[in-house]
Design a protein around this ligand. Structure first.
Ligand SMILES: Nc1ncnc2c1ncn2[C@@H]1O[C@H](COP(=O)(O)OP(=O)(O)OP(=O)(O)O)[C@@H](O)[C@H]1O
Ligand SMILES: [Mg+2]
Length: 338
């Protein structure tokens, strides 16, 4: 969204947000032959939002729109080009040494690919002991106790059946359960799950999403659930944000977004689901043709205009839309929505 002041629905009264992302940009320099500048990827481009303790939010958008770059910036794995990330009032860019380590303990990370997330030559006990050791928990009994509790919490019971196994001896769903157990080990207050089921067999996706939802509720975790599939958000999050071409173009409480999408891109995503809500039957156009925008040379004006069925010449193709809030708690970046 273009202007931070207008972007996020305000936190519920009396609450200060746990995470405050303000005009965040993460750009990557492209180099040819290692030294010639060949362009800049605008992967995250002026993103602002807030997240309350215990709140679950989805970030939805198609492949390459910058979701993982945003996640990795929030995790402190990429340094932002500009803008700020504040967590519990502290600016991420000010954290060093022990403070950065403490931040990493407070934010759990569930990657897209469980097969690549677990080191293949370590058994599960060793894999889970690692973050505990890094964070100073060296007592072997305490390690065992925490590891067993985490494995049992994610449904790998009895823990003794799983502890001595290597990742390749587990199914994809079981591996993702181990990844979730690892994310919970240090008792985080926020979880970032980046497409946590996209690599899994369809038969276990709902199980894993239900598990994430249960641990989010049980531990009152703030959750950022990243997905390209709008059909999976309804039961798992309070709020959804739609990302397009490195920007958040619309955000709203999830039922509001699904019933009254405002951005033509969100309408198209809903159209792709067929009939997400009987009330909306026949309302949505098909997914627009054309390619996702280049993030090296993004389209002028609204990044969606080349694919947009309602784009207006002389406006949408030349001027970047400002954020407007035509419905309460529902900001959108689109010239055509007053
Ligand atoms: N480390 C990097 N160096 C250069 N470019 C990068 C880097 N990481 C991501 N990109 C580029 O940034 C853009 C956004 O990528 P990103 O992985 O964030 O998208 P995504 O929305 O997570 O996609 P997907 O749904 O396929 O996972 C892409 O053009 C990608 O090639
Ligand atoms: Mg990604």
């Amino acid at each position: 969204m273009t202007s931070a002041a207008q972007t996020s629905p305000a936190p519920a009264s009396g609450q200060s947000s746990l995470l405050d992302v303000h005009r965040l940009r993460t750009h990557f320099e492209l180099r040819q032959w290692g030294f010639l500048r060949a362009g800049t990827v605008h992967a995250v481009d002026d993103v602002s939002f807030q997240l309350n303790a215990g709140e679950a939010v989805a970030i939805v958008g198609e492949s390459g729109c910058g979701k993982s770059s945003l996640a990795r910036t929030l995790l402190g794995l990429y340094r932002p080009t500009s803008g700020t990330v504040r967590f519990a009032g502290e600016s991420l860019s000010d954290l060093r040494g022990g403070a950065l380590k403490a931040y990493r303990a407070r934010v759990g990370y569930v990657q897209q690919d469980p097969y690549g997330a677990l080191p293949p030559f370590l058994d599960i006990r060793r894999i889970l002991a690692e973050p505990l050791i890094v964070h100073g928990i060296r007592n072997r009994q305490e390690q065992e106790r925490r590891i067993d509790a985490a494995l049992e919490e994610v449904g790998l019971t009895p823990a003794t059946d799983t502890r001595g196994k290597f990742p390749h001896q587990l199914s994809g769903g079981q591996q993702q359960r181990v990844v979730i157990a690892r994310a919970l080990l240090l008792r985080p207050s926020m979880l970032i799950a980046d497409e946590p089921v996209s690599m899994l067999d369809a038969s276990v996706r709902v199980e894993i999403l239900n598990l994430l939802h249960r641990v989010q509720q049980d531990h009152r975790l703030a959750l950022i659930y990243i997905t390209h599939d709008l059909s999976t958000v309804r039961h798992y999050v309070d709020r959804a944000m739609v990302m397009y071409g490195g920007k958040i173009v619309e955000q709203a409480p999830v039922e509001e977004l699904l019933r009254h999408p405002l951005h033509p891109y969100t309408e198209a995503l809903l159209g792709a689901l067929g009939d997400p809500d009987p009330q909306n039957a026949g309302r949505f156009r098909a997914v627009p043709g054309g390619e996702p925008p280049s993030l090296v040379t993004p389209p002028a004006g609204c990044r969606f205009h080349p694919r947009c069925p309602i784009a207006q010449k002389g406006l949408c193709d030349s001027r970047e839309p400002s954020t407007r809030t035509p419905r309460p708690n529902h900001p959108v970046d689109c010239w055509m929505r007053e």
